[in-house]
Structure formats: C-alpha cells, structure tokens
Write a protein that binds this ligand. Structure first.
Ligand code: AMP
Ligand code: MG
Length: 328
C-alpha cells in the first residue's frame, strides 16, 4: 500500500521521512504550486528510471529538475546566461522552468539523452523543504500516468499511480493548477516551449522578445520539442471544444457542458457547469473539474472555447491537447 501523509508545513516530520525514501532511490509524490510532482533523486539514474516506469513515460521525454535556489541551479548547468539570472531573481520560486545547457553532473536519463536540462524552483513551502532535506535536485514530472490529467490533489495521485509511489505528501489542493511555463534559453532568442502561468509579456519585459514554439499552441503539429506530444493532459471522457453559446443538442449518455461566463439553455439530462470568464480561475479549476467529471462517469464533455489572447494561452494549449484525438 502506498502511504499518504498529511503535511502541515515545512517543519512537518513527514518531510524527513520522505527525504529518507528519496535517499534510498524511492519515489515521493509532493505538492508544488502548479500540480503534484512525482519526485526522485535527480542525480540517481536508477531512481529516475523508476519515474519513467511508474508513469509509463516515453524515455524521449525529459524531466524537470527541481532546485531550492539559484546556487543549486548553477551547479547543474555548463553556462548560466544573464537572462537566466534576471528571470530567476524575479520569478523563482515560481512557475517558470528554464531550459539550459546541462553540466555533466546531470544524468543522461534526466535529459532524455539531450544536451540541455530543464530547471525550476517551485513556490511551495513543502516542496522547498523536501528538496533541502533531500540535499539533491529532485526530478519530478507531474504525478500521473503519461498522457493523463495532471493531479491537483493528493487523491488524484493515489488513484492514478496507486501502488507504484512509495509515499505521497498531501498538502491539499495546488494553487496554480496548470504546469509551469517552460522557457528555452539555449537558442538565439528565448523561446516558450510550453505556455503556463507566466505569460510571454511578463517574460519579455525582462529579457526582450520571446518566441513561442508553434507546437505549443497549434493543433495538428507533429511533436518537435521533447515531450510536447499533441494529445496530453487528457481526461477519460471525450472532450470537445465548441464556440461560446453553442449549447448541445439532445445526446444520450452522461454529458456535461462547461460554459465560460454564461450557460446557454441545455437539454434535460445534460449537466451544465459554469466557470467564470477568468483565465486564472479556469486554469486553477480545470484539471480538478475534469477529474471530477471522470470520477462521476461522464462520457462526453463539451466545453466552450476560451477567448483568443495571451491571458488564455496556457488554458487554450491544455484544452487543445486534452481534446486532441488519440495518436496511433
Ligand atoms: P512535466 O512532465 O509536466 O514535468 O513536464 C516536463 C516537460 O518539460 C517535458 O515534457 C518537456 O517538454 C520539458 N523538458 C524537460 N526537459 C527538457 C529539456 N532538456 N529540453 C526541452 N524541454 C524539456
Ligand atoms: Mg505531465
């Protein structure tokens, strides 16, 4: 049985217990401000291999190393550019992952064999305390089976990964609800590989023009950045995006309709769910809502397409991936 321990704060003794599990090469799921992570000692290749096995994650998809501060990050790269310093000073701890040239301390499996490493300092007292107690960077992708919904509650981890996690630290719901923004600093210009809670404008204000990797927002693209598969973050139910106000014709089975800002009249038997027209609130609620609808046995979910515009970039990206057809 997987053990689940409630953690009240950074001084909770459960954190030392979790660090001991990590030191032995075990897996610990822990909260961050974005989603729950599935953590292992990021310098121990066998421990990191257990993450891949537990998630059913393709080995071509690299993992992010979580550090407690800039000094630890600098020890994992061969070059720490001025942009990294400026961004880390402003946004760490926070939902910003930086892709940088890796030092040879970083095991190949963490990098999926590539030359770069993704680094982030999470803004959560429990995550930071755990990283410090472990005394190591923690490799930690989202704590769910590959391609499934990311967990925003400890219960989501337990139901998705069950037996394969040694310990789950439960500190309640995560705050941002969507995965970190990933910014690649290895090219000529900073480039967003995955939109997230921090938008291009906030980043550009500090480092100048920021490119957006096309596949990060468009559907129909083949995978061109590691791990950015088109279908991802998907619920079990079939999710379809519709124009605002469309509503739904009478359909059979368990159907939900998610409106943004308002709900059209819906046929009998369709569960209407109203979310505010607020990107931050929808981002924070989205995965938990999809988990709830899955658990309640809904087969189809219609959701109104969010507006264009930067504020909705990350939500649009996740919804496009969650609604993409199964890849062969
Ligand atoms: P997650 O599974 O949510 O933790 O996300 C990890 C994602 O970070 C991967 O799917 C990649 O898209 C990205 N990533 C991690 N390491 C690298 C890297 N070295 N270069 C580019 N992207 C990376
Ligand atoms: Mg993930």
């Amino acid at each position: 049985m997987t053990r689940l321990l409630h953690v009240t704060g950074p001084d909770d003794p459960a954190i030392l217990e979790a660090a001991a599990v990590l030191a032995l090469g075990g897996l610990v799921a822990f909260p961050t401000e974005t989603v729950y992570g599935l953590g292992a000692d990021g310098l121990n290749p066998e421990a990191v291999a257990r993450i891949y096995a537990a998630k059913g994650r393709p080995v071509t998809n690299p993992v992010i190393l979580h550090v407690a501060d800039v000094a630890a990050a600098r020890g994992l790269v061969s070059h720490w550019p001025a942009e990294a310093q400026v961004l880390a000073e402003r946004f760490w701890p926070g939902p910003l992952t930086l892709v940088l040239p890796a030092s040879d301390r970083v095991p190949s499996i963490v990098r999926a064999g590539g030359p770069s490493v993704a680094l982030r300092c999470p803004d959560h007292p429990v995550a930071l305390a755990l990283i410090r107690a472990a005394g190591r960077p923690l490799a930690a992708p989202s704590a769910n089976r590959s391609q499934h919904l990311s967990p925003t509650l400890a219960q989501h981890v337990a139901s998705s990964l069950g037996e394969v996690v040694d310990l789950i630290l439960d500190a309640g719901p995560t705050e941002a609800g969507l995965e970190s923004t990933i910014l690649d600093l290895t090219g000529n210009r900073p480039r967003i590989l995955r939109p997230g809670p921090l938008g291009p404008r906030e980043l550009a204000a500090l480092v100048g023009p920021v490119d957006l990797w096309e596949g990060a927002v468009k559907t129909g693209e083949v995978q061109a950045a590691p791990g950015m598969a088109l279908r991802h973050y998907a619920p079990r139910a079939r999710l379809e995006l519709v124009a605002p106000g469309t509503g739904v014709r009478a359909v059979s089975g368990a159907v939900a309709y998610v409106g943004l800002g308002s709900l059209p009249t819906l046929p009998e038997g369709v569960r209407g769910i109203l979310l505010p027209l607020d990107a931050e609130v929808v981002g924070a609620r989205l995965y938990a809502l999809l988990h709830e609808l899955d658990d309640a046995g809904f087969e189809r979910i219609f959701m109104e397409r969010p507006p264009e515009g930067e504020a909705w970039l990350a939500v649009r990206d996740r919804l496009q991936r969650a609604s993409a057809k199964e890849q062969p």
